[in-house]
Design a protein around this ligand. Sequence first.
Ligand code: ATP
Length: 339
Amino acid sequence: MLEISGIERHFASEPAVRGVSLTVWPGEVTCLLGPSGCGKSTTLRMIAGIERIDAGEIRIAGQVVADARTDLPPERRPVGMVFQDLALFPHMTVAANVAFGLPRGKDSAAVVTGLLDRVGLGHCAQKYPHQLSGGQQQRVALIRALARKPRVMLLDEPFSSLDQRLRVEMRELALDLLREEATAVLLVTHDPDEAMMMADRIAIMREGRILQEGAPLDLYHRPVDLAVAGFVSDLNIFSGRVLKGHLRTAIGDVPAGSFSEGASICVAFRPEHLALRRNARAPAHVIRVQNLGRENLVEVKIPGHLPYLRCCGAGHSDLKPGEHVEITFDTATAMQFHQ
Ligand code: ATP
């Protein structure tokens, strides 16, 4: 288990990570999700021991690896790492790369062969990294990190340089391998889809702090504020004051939840929660239809309201720019926040 409590890091008195606390259980994947510069990689580097902590405590499997008095070097922490920059050793064969850090011996050769076979690279053992494709190199980096059976695996955007198909394959392979070993995984990403797909829990970070942590569906349905809601997907936002328990919006009245009369609030709908119906007499009209394969994204202009609304669903493929549409929604999908 990985337990982080109240860790902090400053660079030239600028706070990069401010009091981050997290627990990751064995066999569980937690995603740190947030925009560029919010402190995700610094958090991972502090856990790995590459960056010191200014305050707080990090424990792995019950052992303190960093606090005010302790700062174990990276090689003494039971942690594996796969970063975007794979850092395979170019002058070593694939087998030697995977064996790096393992105690020498008969067993180590068997472990390496077993891992290479497990990821379909048995035939590449004697090749050098530059002779492998990007996806193959990625697999080598992953099993190299796994070979020492770390308690904790840190993944920093490891799949971002791969094409879409390979990325999906690698995510599945990585999850299978890590769950088999009951490794506690902390994955850094700025891709909400990747977080929703891979994580058991997601921690949303901004400006060095965790804004909310929870199961993916919790964050999707019950975000604590507009910033968290906006991390998980695009939003259509309307704002104003509560009148008779509702907010009057350009698409109709929306219940104001528990907000009191006169409160300044905003309501947000995810694109998949707005439905469109052709209606020649409706004031709104289609600006653009983007086919995304299984679903379509439609941008709709409502007179007097900006920006354009973004609606997505499986059934909008026959809509054309210029066509007038009515927008409907289930009030239960509206998310209400203080302004
Ligand atoms: P990205 O997604 O772009 O990798 P991130 O969320 O991982 O971003 P960090 O790399 O952790 O963010 O950086 C957090 C903040 O700390 C940034 O403002 C960054 O400029 C700063 N920072 C990180 N490392 C250093 C360093 N070695 N020296 C000075 N400032 C640093």
